[in-house]
Ligand binder design. Structure first.
Ligand code: MSP
Length: 637
């Protein structure tokens, strides 16, 4: 039989964002599906990566005084590092600034342009700079951007357009006729609702004069590619040239997994782009829901962003992976709370699964000398456990088709519960009292351990680390991926005669006192604890007056001015991002405040020995100053 191929992707994450549980959620969900398919023996390709072009990246790089490329080279590491910690088994990591990606984007643009799928036209519309999107008059929300509510600018310019609207009918038919194409069904209906309005052609360029950080259009160097048109191509750019993709075993993808917020861009832009290129759309686009935190949207200003690295330190990686997929039906929105996480850890993981393993390994030691016995007699109860196991395995396999992770876990827990009940009912502690009982005991102990092995395999995609440790305790030396799903097709794969190993509990309980402490720390108003400083801390900062003796623009930087500042005892070279509001010549002779004990840092290869205080950002910056002349080197406090 031909080996099954399986290709799954996550969205590529905006490189500027600090990774949070929302990003972790998509990636863990895709990882579980990839790991499961590997256990089924499929040839799997799992892709994730970072989205590295666009206005926000350019702005952030300017603020740091580095080139956009240097900026993204550094920032994308945060995602890579988090995926290692979360045990994500991606086969590749695509960055949109890599040559392999840029080349395919250019080839596709060239091809679509030559086929007249892309044309030039003048355009007038409302543009939201932070979102990098055009809106029509009727899209606006009280005159502002409907997405971020910020002010929009009326722009008239020439741009390039992809003939998207001509694919509208094809797309509607595709969505209606292929029930698996967009899941869950409720989201599919949202897309169909969106497609009831006439589609516009898609503006796929931005003038370089406004945005330089993007892939230049191969047929007009004055423009760069719109970031979505660039980013979506990541799903195929890892497979080589267009010809390679046409024959690739990994296209079309089995799942392009996305959050609900980016379903339209995938279902509409991406599918029609592929149609125009002459490639199949993905077999499925799955849109999951969003996490709020204690009922609120996660945001920097609310200081409620849940940071996965901290969660891992506090609870362990598998607890996070389990919780995110168990707590909420995949596809619906969910609310994150540490309390709920601790609840699941204590009940599902510590009390049910962890305790089952613990008691089995303990009894194995006590009644069987720590050696997996050869099962002897078989009674009705034993059959009911093996039947339950077969039922759970069959159902889990089915549920993976819909990526119904929380149902899969619920189903697996039926086997956890059935095994605990089996032990309670058969009572090894009583069986051990008689000779006949001792014979039966061997079967009971074997079956309990075999059931745990089945659980280890079924749970491995969700909790890779803990299930390997579970296998070790059962005395199974073969790695789970090698055992595979077909090792549980038939009951009895566990080898009699293996030596079990006692180990620390897989999931230590969080006792009430400890839980209270954790919850109190989390809910303590951050402003009080983390955001106030003492007077001593403030006094550590050496603020001094200084006179600007010379000023010149830093070449190649839009923002930076290089200043020579006399602070009484010496002259400092300081770089300041103020050129939007000041001409170098106007600065000479001014008295400013500088942070004099700041560690020197290099910006654009030039050392800056301090920092000048100013208010504002972007286009309006005001230097802090005095209403009288204080002289140089005076301490400011
Ligand atoms: N760069 C685009 C995707 C381009 S794909 C060709 C992007 N990036 S993102 O970093 O903003 O979001 C990536 C994913 O994280 C999306 O699937 C989004 O839904 C998910 N999440 C971001 N915040 C989330 C929550 N609070 N909850 C769940 N998932 C969320 O969009």
């Amino acid at each position: 039989m031909q080996q099954k191929k399986f290709y799954i992707t996550t969205p590529i994450y905006y490189v500027n964002d600090v990774p949070h549980i929302g990003h972790a959620y998509t990636t863990i969900a895709a990882d579980v599906a990839a790991r499961y398919q590997r256990l089924e023996g499929a040839d799997v390709f799992f892709l994730t990566g970072t989205d590295e072009h666009g206005q926000k990246v350019q702005q952030a790089a300017d603020e740091f005084g580095v080139s956009p490329q240097e900026h993204v080279d550094k920032l994308h590491q945060r995602f890579k590092e988090l995926w290692v910690r979360l045990n994500i088994s991606n086969n590749d990591f695509i960055r949109t600034t890599e040559e392999r990606h840029k080349k395919l984007v250019r080839d596709i643009l060239r091809q679509l342009h030559s086929k007249d799928e892309i044309y030039r036209d003048s355009y007038e519309g409302w543009y939201c700079t932070p979102c990098e999107r055009f809106w029509t008059e009727k899209d606006l929300a009280e005159g502002n951007c409907p997405e971020c509510q910020r002010k929009v600018d009326k722009i008239k310019e020439h741009n390039y357009f992809f003939r998207m609207k001509k694919y509208q009918r094809w797309l509607v038919e595709k969505i209606k006729n292929d029930p698996h194409f967009i899941l869950p069904a409720s989201r599919k209906n949202e897309v169909l609702g969106f497609l009831e309005k006439p589609l516009e052609d898609l503006c796929i360029s931005r003038p370089k004069s406004r945005l330089a950080w993007g892939i230049p259009l191969p047929f007009d160097e004055d423009y760069v590619t719109y970031v979505w048109f660039d980013a979506l191509i990541n799903y195929i750019s890892i497979h080589g040239s267009l010809d390679d993709i046409k024959t690739s075993k990994f296209w079309p993808a089995d799942h392009n997994m996305v959050g609900k917020d980016i379903l339209t861009t995938h279902a509409v832009y991406w599918s029609t782009m592929l149609k125009a290129i002459g490639l199949e759309p993905p077999k499925n686009i799955f849109a999951h829901g969003w996490w709020t935190v204690n009922g609120q949207k996660m945001s920097k200003s609310l200081q409620n962003v849940v940071e996965p690295n901290q969660l891992i330190d506090q609870f362990g990686v598998d607890v996070i992976r389990y919780f995110l997929l168990r707590e909420v039906p995949f596809g619906l929105d969910g609310d994150f709370s540490h309390k709920a996480l601790i609840g699941r850890l204590n009940s599902d993981l510590a009390n049910n699964l962890g305790n089952l393993l613990n008691r089995t390994v303990n009894m194995m030691k006590k009644y069987c000398g720590g050696i997996i016995p050869v099962p002897a007699t078989v009674a009705a109860e034993d059959n009911s456990l093996t039947e339950k196991s077969a039922e759970v395995i069959a159902e889990v396999r089915k549920l993976y088709n819909e990526l119904a992770y929380n149902k899969i876990l619920q189903k697996i827990w039926e086997l956890v519960d059935a095994t605990n009940q089996y032990i309670d009912k058969t009572g090894p502690w009583n069986l051990a009292k008689t000779d006949a009982g001792n014979e039966r005991l061997k079967t009971v102990m074997y079956n309990s351990a075999e059931s745990l092995r089945v659980l280890g395999i079924l749970l491995n995609p969700f909790m890779p680390q803990s299930t390997e440790s579970l296998m070790k305790q059962l005395g199974v030396a073969t790695a789970i991926e090698e055992q595979g799903m077909n090792s549980i097709d038939k009951w009895g794969g566990l080898k009699s005669g293996s030596q079990t190993q006692k180990a620390n509990p897989l999931f230590p309980r969080i006792e009430d006192k400890q839980a209270e402490k954790i919850l109190a720390e989390i809910s303590a108003p951050k402003k009080d604890a983390a955001h106030q400083i003492t007077i001593d801390e403030f006094m550590k900062m050496e603020l001094r007056t200084g006179k600007i003796m010379a000023a010149e623009k830093v070449k190649k930087s839009k923002k930076l001015i290089q200043l020579k500042i006399d602070i009484g005892t010496e002259t400092r070279q300081v770089l300041a991002g103020i050129s939007a509001s000041y001409e170098p010549a106007d600065l000479v002779g001014r008295t400013v405040i500088i942070v004099a004990n700041l560690k020197p840092a290099k910006l654009m290869g030039i050392e800056s020995q301090g920092m000048v205080l100013a208010a504002g950002d972007g286009d309006t910056i005001m230097l802090a100053g005095f209403d009288q002349e204080p002289g140089q080197g005076i301490r400011v406090r």
